[in-house]
Design a protein. Structure first.
Length: 110
């Protein structure tokens, strides 16, 4: 679950970085007496969401890869352990929850 969790955190912070990142410049110029106005966004909402879902997809894939690689008895040839390992089910469930959460609107912190 570590790749999925890491991807969820990175995807969340992509929103703050790309939707509010220009506010650093705007606030820094205000400190020296220049008042610049404009959008705090560095990228469009569509681009941000595409990057977030791409990051989540990589995290889900990484968690599934790890689940299948560390499954007990994965190297055995008998078919008693056929089917996805339990960690893969967890990766699927938590991956779906993350995808749903990233479809919800998020408010800016600026």
């Amino acid at each position: 679950m570590i790749p999925l969790d890491l991807a969820g955190h990175v995807a969340h912070n992509l929103f703050h970085l790309l939707a509010e990142g220009r506010s650093i410049l705007l606030n820094a110029t205000a400190l020296v007496g220049y008042h610049v106005t404009g959008s705090a966004a560095v990228a469009s909402p569509e681009t941000i969401q595409l990057l977030q879902f791409t990051t989540l997809g990589l995290g889900i894939a990484g968690s599934l890869f790890a689940a299948f690689r560390i499954a007990p008895g994965a190297e055995r040839q008998d078919h008693r352990t056929a089917g996805p390992p339990p960690a893969a089910d967890g990766a699927g469930v938590f991956g779906a929850i993350n995808v749903y959460l990233f479809t919800l609107p998020m408010s800016h912190g600026v």
